[in-house]
Design a protein around this ligand. Structure first.
Ligand code: FES
Length: 295
């Protein structure tokens, strides 16, 4: 028997916002859904959003899922979390936020919260017309053939959740939970991510945070290093998981110039990628005055 919190059981026994959303009859309202997994095969989630077009606000949300206790509770929680948020705010919801809303999930069930985060992203990107590769079919090399999980998806979940063991990766995305032949590869990816992290100038970041706390101005070199760090740690893993990438080109005052690569460079909605994935994150982490431009 899994050790579920009261809140998980509450959302499982009395799930909120189950079902689909009807096509809107009112002007200025849009309905969209994002899906992960396969509804026809089970272990899948379809998340519906009702959006006020002018304000980008999520007015309502529903879900349909075939899944276990945790999948139902995570989906129910997610529909409550996103209501009233703008789409940009919703894109900042992580699987950890979903788990925390529920007072935690058993480690072996964390993949249910990841499924929620992915369905939310899929719905928002679909609404914005941004091509998003289905994660199972993304351009990363296939690592786990039992569950169709690529290296880019594994890297992303490791970085976003600070995972350090193959067992944890299995809990979050199922990779490694079948025949087990990919466990060695998963351990290699964990080691590579940890090596990259160790090379990050985290001491510098701490110094810069302290400078900001004391109201001191960042030097240009400090600012460039911090921008590079945020791009490497928080932006690039997400873009790489979707077949794209970004490179820092130059920094002039508060204007950050970047080169979009891969799927991001050829995407017709690269402006949205700049604003949603890159500018918003740099503004949040470093300065609200930052403007990002593609060169
Ligand atoms: S290949 Fe990953 S569990 Fe079988």
């Amino acid at each position: 028997m899994w050790d579920y919190t009261e809140k998980v059981l509450e959302h499982f026994y009395n799930p909120l916002n189950q079902g689909a959303l009807e096509d809107p009859k009112e002007e200025g309202i849009a309905v969209v859904y994002g899906e992960v997994g396969s509804i026809s095969c089970g272990d899948a989630l379809r998340l519906h959003l009702k959006i006020e077009v002018d304000s980008d606000k999520i007015l309502d949300s529903r879900f349909q899922t075939f899944g276990c206790t945790s999948a139902i509770a995570s989906s129910s929680a997610l529909t409550e979390i996103v209501k009233g948020l703008t789409l940009d705010e919703a894109l900042n919801i992580s699987n950890k936020d979903i788990a925390e809303f529920l007072g935690g999930l058993p480690e072996a069930k964390m993949h249910c919260s990841v499924m929620g985060q992915e369905a939310l992203e899929a719905a928002i990107y679909k609404y914005r017309g941004i091509e998003v590769e289905v994660h199972e079919e993304d351009e990363g090399a296939l690592v786990c053939s039992c569950f169709g999980i690529s290296d880019s998806k594994i890297r992303r979940v490791i970085i976003e959740n600070n995972l350090t063991t193959a067992e944890e990766v299995t809990n979050y995305v199922k990779a490694g939970g079948g025949c087990g032949s990919c466990l060695v590869d998963i351990e290699d990816i964990i080691a590579a991510v940890q090596e990259e992290k160790a090379a990050m100038p985290s001491k510098l970041a701490a110094e810069i945070e302290s400078a900001q706390a004391q109201g001191r101005t960042l030097t240009t070199v400090q600012k460039i290093n911090l921008i590079q760090q945020v791009l490497n740690e928080e932006v690039r893993p997400v873009l790489i998981a979707d077949g794209g990438d970004v490179e820092l080109y130059d920094v002039e005052g508060d204007t950050v110039k970047v080169v979009l690569k891969g799927a991001c460079g050829s995407c017709s909605s690269s402006t949205a990628t700049l604003k949603i994935a890159i500018e918003a994150r740099l503004q949040e982490r470093i300065s609200p005055n930052i403007v990002v431009e593609a060169v």
